[in-house]
Design a protein around this ligand. Structure first.
Ligand SMILES: Nc1ncnc2c1ncn2[C@@H]1O[C@H](COP(=O)(O)OP(=O)(O)O)[C@@H](O)[C@H]1O
Ligand SMILES: [Mg+2]
Length: 234
């Protein structure tokens, strides 16, 4: 097994008095793509927010490599090289594609240049002068991912990057994630689209009621398709 990039042990988390995480447990090896699969409300987004330091009330252990980061602030965690691309695709609508790319601070060595990013996302280069408001859903999603690559982060937390996108765009996002994996990025991917996730991930964790209830390695996906689809059925 690869050395661990991220290890989450017995993680419990709350929004005020309401408990959302009930002992989350998983690991992501260096260079791996790992998914959190599960229905709406299972606790996937909350888990990403906890790793990023955005969920304040929590117990348990979150380790980044050898370092415990459970109680660190988001700014610290970002500086250590973890970046979060939320479901809401937060881009600046009034700025152009290129301005959006130039805005995020480079906080670690090895952040991609704007040219590197255009090589990875040719359609963003074509749209470099377009304001955020004029982008399609797919272009917005690519821009949101591209922005976090500027920072120099090496562990990417991606929350449902394919949500609401047409099949051809889902395929493009898949190509980008494949290329990022080849370049050595580590990714924790939240998905409800299992067909998409199954082509990319080394391991899948099924999340229900704020816990991991099943783990499926990529090599075992084929014989467990029905079981996995069953978890995701509404
Ligand atoms: N800001 C919030 N305040 C209170 N409860 C929340 C908040 N965000 C999410 N929750 C609750 O936490 C649980 C997990 O939600 P979430 O992590 O968003 O699930 P998922 O991403 O798997 O759809 C749900 O019961 C949800 O209603
Ligand atoms: Mg979510």
């Amino acid at each position: 097994m690869n050395s661990a990039a991220l290890t989450v042990n017995d993680l419990h988390g709350w929004y005020g008095e309401s408990k959302a995480l009930h002992g989350m447990q998983f690991r992501v090896g260096r260079g791996e793509v790992v998914t959190l699969l599960g229905r709406n409300g299972a606790g996937k987004t909350t888990t990403l927010r906890a790793v990023m330091g955005l969920l304040r009330r929590k117990t348990g252990e979150i380790r980044y490599g050898d370092e415990e980061i459970t109680d660190r602030l988001p700014e610290y965690i970002a500086r250590r090289g973890i970046a979060y691309c939320p479901e809401e695709r937060s881009i600046f609508a009034s700025l152009t594609v290129e301005e959006n790319l130039l805005l995020p601070p480079v906080i670690a060595d090895g952040g991609m240049s704007v040219d590197d990013i255009y090589a990875l996302f040719p359609n963003l280069q074509e749209r470099r002068k377009s304001p955020g408001t004029r982008l399609s859903g797919g272009e917005q999603q690519m821009l949101a991912i591209a922005r976090i690559l500027r920072t120099g982060a090496t562990l990417l937390l991606l929350d449902e990057p394919t949500e609401g996108l047409a099949p051809v765009l889902i395929q493009q996002i898949g190509t980008v994630i494949g290329k990022l994996k080849q370049s050595g990025f580590t990714m924790l991917l939240v998905e409800q689209n299992f067909r998409f996730a199954s082509k990319l991930a080394d391991r899948h964790y099924v999340v229900e009621h704020g816990q991991v209830i099943d783990t499926v390695e990529a090599t075992d996906v084929a014989e467990n398709i029905d079981r996995i689809q069953n978890y995701l059925k509404v």
